[in-house]
Design a protein around this ligand. Structure first.
Ligand code: ATP
Ligand code: MG
Length: 675
C-alpha cells in the first residue's frame, strides 16, 4: 500500500484547514466535496488513495458517524492501512465507531451472511477456494460424462467465472452459447452450481453474483443494505467489473454519495472481466457527477515519470493526462544480460551491494515481473546471498498441499455436507480406500440423490465395494464425527484439536511418503506447524473464535494472495518479489522491472492475440506502466538476450515497451540495449 503518512495533523488539527495541509488545491477540492457523486480521475502516484483516506477523515470530522462510511479497497492490506492512517489523521481522538474499510469480496460476505437464506443457502455457507472449485468442476464434468479432452475442468471454471462476472446464472447460460463446447460448459455450469448449492457452498464469483441477485430480487434486502451507509468511496475504480458496479450503484441509490478514484491507464484486470468503461462512463452513470483531475505526481522522479508518460501515450483508448513530477533524480538504468540466469545474478548482485555495502533496507527494494515462471531464479540467488525476501503473489501458503489437506479436514469437520473436502482427504493419508471404491459410492449417491455416507451400505450390498473398504470408510466417518462433536465441547480450542488430528491420522507418515529428502520433510512438517500457529493466532485475536469464521478468513486471504497482497508478507523487512498485478497501488524507493522482452512483457498470449484484439497489447502496456510507476527514486529495467523455453534456448526480442519508453530507433537501440 502506498505511503500515506505525510503530515498527519498534530495539535493544529482544528486550525482552519490545518488538517488538510498535506494536500494540494485539487486534492483539497476533492476531499472537501462531500455530497453527491465524485470522480477523481488521475494518473499514477498523484495521491488518489491519499484523497480517499483524507476524505474519510473529513467526513468524520464534519460529523458523519464513522460506521456510516464505507470505503472499498482492492486488497485487505490496503483496507488495513487505511484504517490505521485514519486513526492517525483523526489525531488519536476516540471515535464511537470505526469506518468500514473492506474489499468487495469481504463486503459481500458480510451482506450474504445476513441475507443469503432468502436464496435458499445456509447463513453459514462455506466459501470454496480454487482447489475446491477444481474438484467440484471435475465432479460436474464426470456427472455429465464429458471426457477431459473435450472440456478441461480449468476451462470450465474460466467459462463459469466469465458468466458469473456478467451476472449470467446457470439457467441463463444457454442463451450465451456460441458452439458445442459452450453447450458442454453450460451443462457443466448447471451441475457445478447445483453441487455447490447442495454443499451449502459458494465460490468467489458467487459472492458478487449472489449479492447482486439478492439486491435485484428482494427489494427488502436491498432496502436494508441501503440503510447502512451514508457515504461510499472506492479506490482503483478502473478495475471494477459489472457485478461490482451494479452492487455499488444499487447501494448508493438513495443518496448518491459516491466517491470513486482511479486511473484508466492502470486498468489491468480486463482478463478478469473488469471494464474500464465504468470509470470512463461515470458521469453518464451518475448524472451531475463532479470530476476532479490531479496532475502532480509525488511519487516518482522526473526521469521515471518521463518514461512512464512516453510509454502509455502509445495506447489509443485513453484519456490524455499530463503528469508533473515533483522531484528530480537519476537516470533510469537499462541492463541487458546474456540469459535469464545472468539476469537474476546481476540483479541480485546489485541488491546485495545496496543492502550490504550501502545499508539500504531490503524492504525498500522490489523486483517486479510479469509471469509466475520468472521469480524462481531470483529466489535462488537471493537465498544464496542470504538476502531476506518475500515472494508476494506466487504460490500462496494456502495453496501448499499440506495446508490444503489440513483445510480440507477442518472443512469436512465443520461442514459435513461438504463432499468436495471429504473426497480430498478420504484416503489421505492412505487408509485403504481406493479411488475406484470412492467412485462407485459417489456414482450411486449421485444417482439416488443420497449423501455420500448414506450410499456406502447400498454399495456393499450391491457388491460394488468390499466389506473391508466399507469398514475403512465407516471408521473414517466416525473419526470425523468424533472430532465434530469434540469441536462443540465448550472451551475446546480449535488449534489443539488440529494438533490432535494431525497425530491421530499420522500425517507425518504421509509427508515421509511424499517427500524422500530429509530437508523436504522438515519443511513440510514446518508448514503444518505454521498452519496450527495461524489457528492459534486467530484464536488469540478473536473474541469468539469459530472454525467457520477461521476458514472463511483464510479462504479470503489465501485467494487474495494470488493477485493481491498479504499483510504479513508486505510488512516484513525483506526485498519483495512480486507480479505486476499484485504491485498495483504500492510504491518502493527502488524497483527492478525484469524480463523486458517480447513474449514476457508483453505476454506471449497477448502478442499472439494482437491481430484479433489490439486491446490485449494495450492491457500489457498498462501493466508495464503500473510497473514503472511503482518506483519512487530508482528504476532498473532488465532483459535477457536469450531465454530457455520448453527446453530450448532462444534469442529474445527486445520488448516494444522498452523502445517506446526511450523513443528509440534501431541504431540507438543497438547502443543502449547492447545488441
Ligand atoms: P496509484 O495510482 O499508484 O494508486 P495514487 O494516486 O493512489 O497512486 P498515492 O499512493 O495516494 O497515489 O500517493 C503517492 C505518493 O505521493 C504517496 O507516497 C503519498 O504519500 C504522496 N503524496 C500524495 N499527495 C501528496 C501531497 N499533496 N504532498 C506530498 N506527498 C503526497
Ligand atoms: Mg492508489
Amino acid at each position: 500500500m502506498a505511503d500515506l503518512s505525510l503530515s498527519a495533523p498534530r495539535g493544529s488539527a482544528t486550525a482552519a484547514g490545518g488538517h488538510l495541509s498535506g494536500l494540494n488545491p485539487s486534492q483539497k477540492d476533492a476531499v472537501l466535496t462531500l455530497a453527491g457523486p465524485l470522480l477523481v480521475l488521475a494518473g499514477a502516484g498523484t495521491g488518489k488513495t491519499r484523497v480517499i483516506t483524507y476524505r474519510m477523515a473529513e467526513l468524520i470530522r464534519t460529523g458523519t458517524q464513522p460506521d456510516r462510511i464505507l470505503s472499498v479497497t482492492f486488497t485487505n492490506k490496503a483496507a488495513k492501512e487505511m484504517q490505521e492512517r485514519m486513526s492517525s489523521l483523526l489525531g488519536g481522538k476516540r471515535q464511537r465507531s470505526r469506518p468500514v474499510v473492506s474489499t468487495f469480496h469481504s463486503l459481500c460476505v458480510k451482506i450474504l451472511r445476513q441475507e443469503i437464506t432468502a436464496l435458499g443457502y445456509p447463513g453459514t455457507f462455506l466459501i470454496y477456494d480454487r482447489g475446491d472449485q477444481e474438484s467440484a468442476a471435475r465432479k460436474a464434468l464426470r456427472d455429465i460424462r464429458v471426457p477431459d479432452t473435450s472440456l478441461r475442468p480449468g476451462d470450465l471454471l474460466a467459462q463459469i467465472s466469465k458468466w458469473k462476472t456478467l451476472g449470467v446464472g446457470p439457467e441463463d447460460a444457454r442463451d450465451f452459447i456460441e458452439d458445442d463446447r459452450g453447450m458442454l460448459a453450460a451443462a457443466g455450469y448447471r451441475k457445478y452450481q447445483a453441487s455447490l448449492r447442495a454443499a451449502g457452498a459458494v465460490d468467489f464469483d458467487d459472492l458478487l453474483m449472489l449479492t447482486d441477485l439478492l439486491f435485484h430480487e428482494f427489494p427488502d434486502v436491498l432496502g436494508r443494505q441501503q440503510q447502512r451507509f451514508d457515504h461510499v468511496q472506492i479506490d482503483e475504480y478502473q478495475d471494477t467489473n459489472e457485478m461490482q458496479f451494479r452492487i455499488i450503484r444499487d447501494l448508493v441509490l438513495p443518496h448518491g454519495n459516491l466517491c470513486v478514484v482511479g486511473d484508466d491507464d492502470q486498468s489491468i484486470y480486463g482478463w478478469r472481466g473488469a471494464e474500464v468503461k465504468h470509470i470512463l462512463g461515470f458521469q453518464q452513470h451518475f448524472p451531475g457527477a463532479k470530476v476532479v483531475r490531479l496532475q502532480d505526481n509525488y511519487r516518482c522522479t522526473r526521469q521515471i515519470l518521463d518514461l512512464a508518460n512516453s510509454l502509455v501515450k502509445h495506447n489509443r483508448g485513453r484519456h490524455e493526462k499530463t503528469l508533473v513530477a515533483h522531484k528530480d533524480g537519476v537516470e533510469v538504468l537499462v541492463r541487458p544480460y546474456a540469459d535469464e540466469q545472468t539476469e537474476a545474478e546481476g540483479v541480485v548482485r546489485e541488491i546485495n551491494y545496496l543492502t550490504k555495502q550501502l545499508n539500504i533496507p531490503p524492504g525498500d527494494i522490489a523486483i517486479l515481473f510479469r509471469t509466475n515462471e520468472q521469480p524462481r531464479l531470483f529466489e535462488q540467488e537471493l537465498r544464496r546471498l542470504n538476502i531476506p525476501y518475500t515472494l508476494v503473489g506466487g504460490q500462496s501458503f494456502f495453496d501448499r498441499r499440506e495446508v490444503r489437506d489440513m483445510m480440507a479436514y477442518l472443512k469436512a469437520i465443520a461442514h459435513p455436507e461438504d463432499e468436495v473436502s471429504l473426497l480430498r482427504i478420504i484416503n489421505t493419508p492412505a487408509r485403504g480406500i481406493g479411488d475406484t471404491a470412492v467412485e462407485k459410492v459417489l456414482t450411486r449417491a449421485v444417482k439416488s440423490g443420497q449423501k455420500f455416507w448414506a450410499a456406502v451400505p447400498d454399495a456393499v450390498a450391491a457388491k460394488e465395494i468390499t466389506v473391508k473398504t466399507a469398514k475403512a470408510m465407516e471408521e473414517f466417518h466416525h473419526l470425523l464425527a468424533r472430532f465434530r462433536s469434540q469441536l462443540q465441547t465448550p472451551g475446546q480450542k480449535i488449534s489443539t484439536l488440529l494438533r490432535e488430528l494431525v497425530d491421530v491420522i499420522d500425517y507425518e507418515s504421509e509427508i515421509e511418503k511424499q517427500y524422500k529428502e530429509k530437508h523436504q520433510q522438515l519443511a513440510r512438517s514446518g508448514t503444518i506447524d505454521e498452519c496450527i500457529e495461524a489457528l492459534e493466532q486467530y484464536e488469540e485475536r478473536t473474541h469468539q473464535p469459530t472454525l467457520s469464521e477461521f476458514l472463511e478468513q483464510t479462504t479470503l486471504e489465501g485467494r487474495e494472495e494470488n493477485f493481491g497482497n498479504d499483510d504479513k508478507q508486505l510488512d516484513r523487512p525483506a526485498a519483495k518479489l512480486m507480479t505486476l498485478h499484485s504491485a498495483k497501488g504500492l510504491e518502493f524507493p527502488r524497483v527492478f522491472l525484469v524480463g523486458l522482452e517480447e513474449g514476457i512483457l508483453p505476454h506471449k498470449r497477448s502478442v499472439d492475440a494482437e491481430g484479433d484484439d489490439p486491446n490485449a497489447i494495450e492491457e500489457e502496456r498498462r501493466l508495464a506502466y503500473v510497473g514503472v510507476t511503482r518506483a519512487k527514486d530508482y528504476l532498473t529495467l532488465t532483459r535477457a538476450e536469450t531465454r530457455t523455453s520448453y527446453g530450448k534456448r532462444k534469442l529474445t526480442k527486445v520488448s516494444r515497451f522498452l523502445r517506446e519508453m526511450f523513443d528509440l530507433d534501431s541504431e540507438e537501440e543497438a547502443a543502449l540495449l547492447g545488441k
